[in-house]
Design a protein around this ligand. Structure first.
Ligand code: C2O
Ligand code: CU
Ligand code: CU
Length: 469
């Protein structure tokens, strides 16, 4: 095992204030106590181009002072690089499994052929290399990659396998958006973990966790515990991924300030949305721009209001900007599908039976195709949560838009309008989405998946398969 010392930094004081998620929710608007110090946020290295070699490997990280946590990573000890590709490019992703176990690597949010999806059928055995080649068909957005092997996805992601796959296109590049990586364009992979006394990750050691999902008591942002970042006093863009197995985030800034959301899961918004709060369930992404132009010399904190305003990231506005950006409100145009053209409505009932999570009464079966979807057909999918717990719903190989929740378009939150690939379906809620599988057919050798993205639910049955004909 590698013993590589990582900065755990000056964060001892802050650490004490941070290792405490799981507390009671409250919605008060008082600022949490401002942390005295922070560990510098790790920024995943940015790789650009069309040709990527990715090694899945074992590592070790000193999250807690003096203790080395065995981890898995992609081209590193924990998490992976951010890949930046361009619309229209033919990309080639060569994934080598240097781990002791079979796994897969799925490109979440991407339109791609079934055999390139990296789902449960595209297993990479230890020592093997798997090649995913496809054309980037979609516009600018922040997507991601993570393992997807049947039954062990939660464990493999928890160990550290995940990374960002960013798409840019000509029109996103012509907008005056913050785009300097690590300076005013900051990725935030939000995760939670629990540690054993010896520093190893604790996964599912508590009785109800297989049902409720794995909730850690310690937040990591890009694998940094007690993270903060020094920022310029200007507009800053955050590309936020909820990379947690089961935790939901209700994001806000400690001073309650407004910010603009410029992108949903896998695309820019047509119009920026002005928000003070933003909810992300596991797998969902958002890009936001926050204006720090008047904050030189101040600090504020990004917090999780779903967890007693637990601090996630300190924004230390300490630098005079060398240039400014003026993010416009109009960002792009998107094609919208017309519900009147929908030829089919499919129903997906999320339930539980005998300790397994089910969709339409059955748990995931690799040998069973659950839905056959015609290529190019506009379809409405209705997802009905028949349980008392939170689920969400993710569809592979496409994007969708949300039509309504509980029959009401007014129950779609402002931050959910636009292209999505994962949607929150609260206890006993009913959500309708509209989509079209328009790019590729695929057969039973390489079906696409739909599933709950609470990974412990996915691993215990709440997933199904569809082919496109
Ligand atoms: Cu991000 Cu099928 O998963
Ligand atoms: Cu996916
Ligand atoms: Cu679920």
């Amino acid at each position: 095992m590698k013993r590589r010392a990582f900065l755990t930094g000056s964060g001892t004081l802050f650490l004490a204030t941070l290792t405490g998620c799981g507390g009671s929710s409250n919605n008060d608007t008082t600022s949490p106590q401002s942390p005295a110090s922070y560990a510098p946020l790790k920024i995943p290295p940015l790789r650009e181009g069309a040709d990527f070699d990715l090694s899945l490997q074992e590592g070790a990280v000193e999250f807690l002072e003096g203790l080395f946590t065995p981890t898995w990573g992609i081209e590193g000890d924990f998490l992976g690089p951010a890949l930046r590709v361009r619309t229209g490019d033919a990309i080639r992703l060569s994934v080598t499994n240097n781990l002791p176990e079979a796994t897969t690597l799925h490109w979440h949010g991407m339109r791609l052929p079934g055999p390139m999806d990296g789902g449960p059928h595209q297993i990479i055995q230890p020592g093997e290399t798997w090649l995913a080649e496809y054309e980037v068909l979609q516009g600018a957005g922040t997507n991601w990659f993570h393992p997807h092997r049947e039954g062990v996805t939660g464990e493999h992601v928890y160990r550290g396998l995940a990374g960002l796959l960013i798409v840019e296109d000509g029109s996103s590049e012509s907008l005056d958006l913050p785009r300097t990586w690590g300076e005013d364009d900051i990725p935030l992979i939000l995760q939670d973990r629990r540690f054993n006394a010896d520093g190893t990750f604790d996964y599912l050691s508590q009785p109800m966790e297989e049902i409720n999902g794995m909730l850690g008591d310690t937040y990591l942002v890009n694998g940094t515990l007690g993270a903060g970042i020094r920022l310029p006093a200007k507009e800053v863009r955050f590309r936020i991924l909820n990379g947690s197995n089961a935790r939901e985030y209700d994001l806000r800034f400690s001073d309650g300030r407004a910010f603009r959301q410029i992108a949903t899961d896998n695309a820019l918004r047509e119009q920026a949305a002005t928000l003070t709060r933003l909810r992300l369930t596991p797998g969902e992404r958002a890009e936001i721009v926050v204006d720090l132009g008047a904050d030189l010399g101040d600090t504020l904190t990004l917090v999780n209001a779903d967890d007693g305003d637990a601090p996630l990231l300190v924004l230390d506005v300490a630098d005079t900007p060398s240039s400014i950006t003026t993010t416009p409100d109009t960002l792009t145009t998107l094609e919208h599908l017309d519900p009147l053209q929908a030829v089919t409505t499919r129903t997906f009932r999320l339930g539980m039976q005998m300790g397994l999570f089910t969709i339409n009464g059955v748990a995931m079966d690799m040998e069973r195709i659950d839905q056959v979807v015609p290529l190019g057909a506009v379809e409405i999918w209705e997802i009905i949560n028949e349980t008392n717990m939170l689920h969400n719903f993710h569809v592979h190989g496409t994007h969708f838009e949300i039509l309504d929740r509980n029959g009401s378009p007014a129950q779609i939150e402002a931050y959910e309008t636009g292209y999505k690939d994962t949607v929150r379906v609260g206890p006993l809620e009913r959500v309708r989405i509209i989509l079209r599988m328009e790019d590729y057919t695929t057969d039973e050798s390489a079906p696409y998946m739909f599933h709950c993205h609470i990974l412990e639910h996915e691993d215990r049955g709440m997933m199904g398969q569809f082919i496109v004909v």
